[in-house]
Design a protein around this ligand. Structure first.
Ligand SMILES: O=C(O)CCC(=O)C(=O)O
Length: 349
């Protein structure tokens, strides 16, 4: 049977017909995964058609999740990220996509995957605190310790988003590290102290880099609904805009005792909460001052899956000096050769 399609309207009609037939077929037992991927394929085809056709590109472009591996940001979202230092994307992953990640997450935090040394710790308390007393279970580099996690749906979509955030900066953004965080229920001390991520990381000087950039976007996927009660992310709006570091100090005297750093936030600074429903994602940059409060919910945990992307030349330079974001690395915030005045006010450059 031959089709003779002359106009965009005819093509759209045909796609709608295919969509209808697919819905009937899905009703007879196709998996949720196939239903979702089909929906994204149709949306993608329609987007391409509208972009390539005689429509005005600026008015017809679709944003958000348009295919299995694509999520398009609006220009406003990109601008807000660079201006405020943090944005939230609602409902990026479906329930069906999040559930398998939750299952792997639970294996990690319950000790079912071996995570060596300080990469399995409570960042709100000193190293050596007994596991039962932990407020906040932190696993560094889960995809290193469980390789099947690599290139999962969350990685593929965030890879697409990271590229858009830094497209105009001409950076190739690559995965730098991942991390799992679980705030146990009813742990009011499950606090992530106020900090800037760059305070933990080697700067341009310590990396001996010729490229003057710190470009980063750190994604946090909510595996549970997170809000003020169970200790969602919070940040000081616009606090990273000048790309300067505030003085930080160790939460537990030094890195032998605990990994966490803390900085001060003034009472008059604009603190914003970043609540996120399950499947939604927050994205923050490397200089915004952020942290999170304790978990005051009697029953709800707060599980978060963090994935950070940095410019390729930074990640290569980090690895050259032996920095992988493992808390077991010898090279860490207490050894960087950069004067470290922002991590220890007593030291001066
Ligand atoms: O999500 C949180 O509670 C804080 C995580 C954090 O500080 C980070 O990912 O840099």
């Amino acid at each position: 049977m031959a089709f003779n399609i002359r106009t965009s309207a005819q093509l759209l009609l045909l796609l709608s017909l295919i969509h209808f037939c697919s819905a009937v077929w899905c009703g007879f037992g196709a998996s949720a995964f196939h239903r979702h991927s089909y929906k994204y394929e149709i949306a993608s085809l329609q987007n391409n058609l509208l972009r390539g056709g005689d429509q005005d590109d600026s008015t017809e472009r679709k944003y958000g999740r348009v295919s299995q591996n694509e999520y398009f940001l609006t220009p406003d979202q990109i601008e807000a990220f660079h201006r405020d230092g943090c944005i939230t994307l609602e409902h990026v992953l479906t329930e069906e996509e999040v559930e398998p990640l939750c299952a792997i997450f639970d294996r990690f935090v319950n000790g079912g995957v071996a995570v060596p040394g300080k990469d399995f710790c409570d960042m709100s308390q000193p190293f050596g605190t007994p596991y039962d007393e932990w407020n906040l279970v932190n696993c560094m580099l889960p995809s290193r310790y469980f390789p099947p996690l690599q290139n999962n749906i969350y990685e593929r979509i965030t890879n697409h988003i990271a590229a858009q955030l830094f497209q105009s900066h001409n950076h190739t953004m690559v995965k730098d590290y991942d991390q799992l965080l679980n705030k146990r229920p009813n742990r009011t001390a499950a606090v992530f102290a106020w900090h800037q991520d760059m305070a933990y990381w080697p700067g341009v000087e310590a990396l001996h880099m010729h490229v003057n950039t710190t470009a980063t976007c750190t994604f946090s996927l909510a595996l549970d609904d997170s809000d003020e009660e169970n200790g969602c992310l919070r940040y000081v709006e616009g606090s990273g805009a000048t790309k300067t570091l505030r003085p930080h100090r160790p939460v537990n005297q030094n890195r032998e005792k605990g990994h966490a750093l803390i900085t001060d936030v003034r009472d008059d600074e604009p603190i914003r909460l970043a609540p996120a429903r399950k499947g939604s994602i927050t994205i923050h940059d490397e200089y915004v001052v952020h942290g999170s409060g304790g978990n005051n919910s009697p029953r709800r945990q707060r599980r978060t899956y963090v994935l950070a992307y940095r410019a390729q030349e930074i990640v290569e330079a980090e690895r050259r000096i032996g920095f992988t974001h493992s808390h077991n690395d010898q090279v860490n915030w207490d050894t960087f050769e950069d004067g470290a005045s922002h991590r220890n006010p007593q030291k001066t450059k």
